[in-house]
Design a protein around this ligand. Structure first.
Ligand code: ASP
Ligand code: MG
Length: 403
């Protein structure tokens, strides 16, 4: 098999950890597989480099930032290759450019445009293990090094796996897979053997941060089988993220996600006339604010209430934008003490009574649900933040996820 492996910052956090990664790679190579490993910078390194740059300038040229940040991944790729060579394994490091990764020209948040995998294929056919510096490519117009945005090494790995048609892309972090919910909240959480791309995307965007969202989207598009596993316990299998068709037994609910970084914006007594919602949400979109749930109540006496949620990080910008709409509402308020709990599962599509079970389980705990939204494979509920953990645990139990 041809395996693309990706090792994140904590997996290569010091020299001992890099040796540990070398051991994982050696074992896979000894089993007879071809290996392309993509590496992140040692943990903390990228942040340190950003601080260095900021100590000289608040507005450095983005091309220079890319030159700087791309060095972190190159250090790890070279060190890992040196370690493997010394231990009798044929290995070669490659920068993004050498790996044939061409991006657009948006320095510091570049998108991969194409990958010319001929150089990698040649190196593999010559028996090499390839160690690619993640998170970077070359900008097509300027021909300068570019980076893919924070956490971008996942993207490098998935894109390479897609381009070279690898059998699997294994993402090694410090957690050993995807769980039915956060084990720190519910110790009875179980590791999932398989999960579909769409469920993973919902769980990730809902607050379970194991894989970078963009990389899961790309894996879905390119049909790359992703595995989430740990470099700290490489003997443990991990979770396969794959096409829905590859999952035989589809649980109705696969997982419970919690997102505490949400603010509920309430607009009361909004003038009930055409165009108001359009202008509010256009302004929010123009300010790059990610509006999530939106609820508008039935208008009474020419006025209506409008509620929506945004990420906590967008609160200040949102308040600024909303100043322009104060005249259109009786009152606008912001509630930060809320959270969003969601149940996610592809099996929901073909089952009834899934949502009502969630509502009953929260009712039993006397938890009031303030906003509900549903899609084909999820039900999200906004509740008071103080009930977050209790809600997660009671939902986890209601759908027997500990079984
Ligand atoms: N080193 C980069 C970052 O910290 C990319 C990565 O780790 O994926 O964001
Ligand atoms: Mg990372």
């Amino acid at each position: 098999m041809l395996k693309v492996l990706k090792f994140g910052g904590t997996s290569v956090g010091n020299l001992e950890r890099i040796q540990n990664v070398a051991n994982i790679i050696k074992k896979i190579k000894d089993e007879g597989h071809d290996v392309i490993a993509v590496v992140s910078a040692m943990s903390g390194e990228t942040n340190k480099l950003i601080e260095y740059a900021e100590s000289f300038s608040k507005t450095p040229k983005l091309e220079e930032i890319d030159m700087l940040l791309s060095s972190g991944e190159r250090v790890t790729s070279a060190l890992l290759s040196i370690a493997l060579n010394e231990q009798g394994y044929k290995a070669t490091s490659m920068s993004g450019r050498e790996a044939g990764i061409v991006t657009d020209n948006s320095h510091t948040k570049a998108r991969i445009e194409s990958i010319d995998s001929s150089k990698m294929k040649k190196a593999i056919s010559e028996g090499n293990i390839i160690i690619v510096a993640g998170f970077q490519g070359v900008a097509m117009n300027t021909n300068r090094v570019s980076t893919l945005g924070r956490g971008g090494s996942d993207l490098t790995a998935v894109a390479i796996a897609g381009a070279i048609e690898a059998d699997v892309c294994e993402i090694y972090t410090d957690v050993d897979g995807i769980y039915t919910t956060d084990p720190r909240i519910e110790p009875k959480a179980k590791k999932l053997e398989k999960i579909s791309y769409d469920e993973m995307l919902e769980l990730a965007s809902l607050g379970a941060k194991v894989l970078q969202n963009r990389s899961v989207e790309m894996a879905k598009k390119l049909n790359v089988n992703l595995v989430s596993r740990s470099s700290f316990t490489p003997e443990v299998e991990g979770t396969l993220i794959t096409k829905e068709e590859n999952i035989m037994e589809k649980p109705v609910v696969s997982g419970i996600a919690l997102d505490k970084n949400q603010v509920r914006v309430g607009m009361y007594g909004v003038t009930d006339k055409p165009g108001i919602a359009a202008s509010i949400f256009t302004s929010l979109a123009d300010a790059d604010i990610n509006v999530d749930m939106i609820v508008q109540t039935v208008g009474v006496d020419g006025a209506t209430d409008l509620d929506f949620t945004i990420p906590t990080t967008d609160l200040e910008i949102c308040k600024n934008v909303m100043k322009n709409f104060e005249k259109d509402a009786r009152k606008i308020d912001y509630n930060e003490s809320i959270c969003k709990v969601s149940i996610v599962g592809v099996g929901m599509k073909s089952h009834t009574g899934v949502a009502s079970k969630a509502f009953s389980s929260l009712a039993k705990e006397n938890i009031n649900i303030r906003i509900i939204s549903t899609s084909e494979i999820k039900v999200s509920m906004i509740i008071d933040e103080k009930y977050a953990e209790l809600a997660v645990r009671s939902l986890h139990e209601a759908y027997s996820l500990d079984k």
